[in-house]
Design a protein around this ligand. Structure first.
Ligand SMILES: [Zn+2]
Length: 219
């Protein structure tokens, strides 16, 4: 069977982690609007991830959608539907990563801090090393921050098994949201594929998450 584009990008990642980047930074000249490799990536906004570098993507080859956590939000779904149906992408790659900030708080904690709870302000200040200044106002949006499910851990904690488990849960939840959306077909001639990964910010390597599997517990 022919290698998928995602598999080719994974071999670029091995080169990148070994110090041999494939991404070329120069202006490529005139290009078509459709991504040349028919790939869309949803990745965390973390400053340590350079998606073009870590996948060896060139300018013009992929859509790259980024937000806090690489979460499949309503807006990420909007982008993926446009990317697939109008701009001809058919492989979707999800990238979460170790040491993600989304492991270090909960939605309730951040909301309470923003609304003026002194205990939450104190905890968030300690967790981030930055004085947390409450806005002392409630707001209806964003409805969710999408902090990852599971017991929180210190900001930027080193890789550990619990962290990988929580990241794995969220990658699966994100895959599930894409795979089950009625406007993103997963069978027939126009089917998309979705693969999910955890990027290790200390090694530069991508690790694939098996799907389906557990997606977390409320406890
Ligand atoms: Zn992150």
């Amino acid at each position: 069977m022919a290698q998928s584009i995602t598999d080719q990008l994974l071999s670029n990642n091995k080169q990148y982690a070994a110090g041999k980047p494939a991404h070329k930074p120069g202006y490529p000249g005139k290009q078509p609007i459709q991504p040349a490799r028919h790939v869309a990536v949803v990745a965390c906004m973390d400053a340590r991830l350079d998606v073009e570098d870590l996948l060896g993507l060139q300018t013009g080859e992929a859509h790259i959608i980024r937000n806090a956590g690489g979460v499949v939000t309503d807006d990420a779904i909007r982008c993926l539907i446009i990317s697939h149906h109008l701009l001809d992408t058919n492989e979707i790659i999800l990238v979460h990563h170790t040491r993600c900030g989304m492991l270090a708080f909960t939605d309730d904690l951040l909301k309470a801090g923003l609304e003026g709870d002194p205990a939450a302000e104190n905890l968030l200040g300690k967790a981030t090393g930055r004085k947390f200044v409450s806005c002392k106002k409630c707001a209806s949006t964003p409805a969710q921050f999408h902090a990852f499910r599971g017991a929180i851990e210190p900001l930027d904690a080193p890789r550990n098994d619990k962290m990988i488990e929580r990241l794995t849960w969220d990658v699966r939840r994100s895959m599930s949201k894409v795979l089950n959306h009625p406007w993103l077909p997963t069978s027939g001639a126009d089917a998309i594929t979705v693969r999910g990964f955890i990027y290790d910010v200390d090694t530069g390597k991508l690790e694939e998450v098996k799907y389906p599997g557990p997606m977390g517990t409320f406890g």
